[in-house]
Design a protein around this ligand. Structure first.
Ligand code: ADP
Ligand code: MG
Length: 262
């Protein structure tokens, strides 16, 4: 089994990058072979995994040129990274004139796909060509929703984009799941928004909820997934639980517990 999952929501600050890093690390600690791809010009996934921006070989050169995807090892054994660099913002414009511009990433991932159990793609907070490339390459979309603040606002745009892509470029595109992030259980608003989201997406919403946890916000400045930065934090436990739930829903039992490894 090999699955490509785009982590997407056109709103910024909802936990896309945090989820990509920590879900991917948790899957890798559960003995899955995992690749993460940074498609956001901000490069937060790249820096959050300890890579300096300014690398010569990034996803940009592969998207625009003839190069293969550059794949880097991270601090987690089975977790590899395709980094972004500062040029990636230009790709949004430069891709426009390129043949099969929406399928560039899909083509590049075909070459590496069989080496991985999961490929997670982090996307920018927009529905431009970089996000489109991710959604065309993906089997499914994982949607992080921030529970406390107008979570459902703008979702109509994302759902419309998904159905447009299903009607054309990627008919098999499915929703992998919806994950509630930055949940603060002391506020009624969070609980109320969570209920609304569950009504809207029903069983697509994971039982696992990611709490607001400062360790999750601190870990990227150390260039580490939270599982290496503070494995006993609530944030780490939540992403391990999310990984196990995702594996179970995909009919794959975790091969080894993250706790045993960490
Ligand atoms: P996006 O990629 O959707 O823009 P991020 O993952 O970068 O969102 O998260 C936005 C900010 O919130 C970042 O500073 C991140 O460290 C922080 N953050 C994300 N998830 C949590 C969480 N569960 N608890 C605390 N801070 C979080
Ligand atoms: Mg991000």
């Amino acid at each position: 089994m090999s699955k490509i999952i785009a982590v997407s929501n056109q709103k910024g600050g909802v936990g896309k990058t945090t989820t990509t890093i920590n879900l991917a690390a948790s899957l890798a600690m559960a003995d899955q072979r995992v690749l993460v791809v940074d498609m956001d010009p901000q490069g937060n996934l790249t820096s959050g995994l300890g890579q300096k921006s300014g690398a010569e070989h990034t996803v940009y050169e592969a998207l625009l040129g003839d190069e293969d995807l550059p794949v880097l090892q991270t601090a987690v054994d089975k977790l590899h990274l395709v980094p972004a660099g500062r040029h990636l913002a230009a790709a949004e414009v430069e891709l426009v004139s390129i043949e099969e511009r929406e399928r560039r990433l899909a083509r590049l991932l075909e070459a590496v796909r069989q080496r991985y159990d999961f490929i997670l793609i982090d996307t920018p907070p927009s529905l431009g060509l970089l996000t489109l490339n991710a959604l065309v390459a993906a089997d499914t979309v994982l949607i992080p929703l921030h529970c406390e603040y107008f979570a459902l606002e703008g979702l109509a745009d994302l759902m419309a984009t998904l159905s447009r892509i299903r009607n054309g470029l990627n008919p098999a595109l499915d929703v992998e799941g919806v994950v509630l992030t930055m949940f603060g259980d002391r506020t009624n608003l969070g609980a109320q928004v969570a209920r609304e989201i569950r009504e809207f997406f029903e069983s697509k919403v994971y039982d696992t909820v990611i709490p607001r946890n400062v360790r999750l916000a601190e870990a990227p400045s150390h260039g580490l997934p939270v599982l290496l930065y503070d494995p006993r934090s609530r944030g780490a436990e939540a992403y391990v639980a999310l990984a196990h739930e995702l594996l179970t829903r995909n009919g794959a039992a975790p091969r080894r517990t993250a706790a045993a490894k960490a």
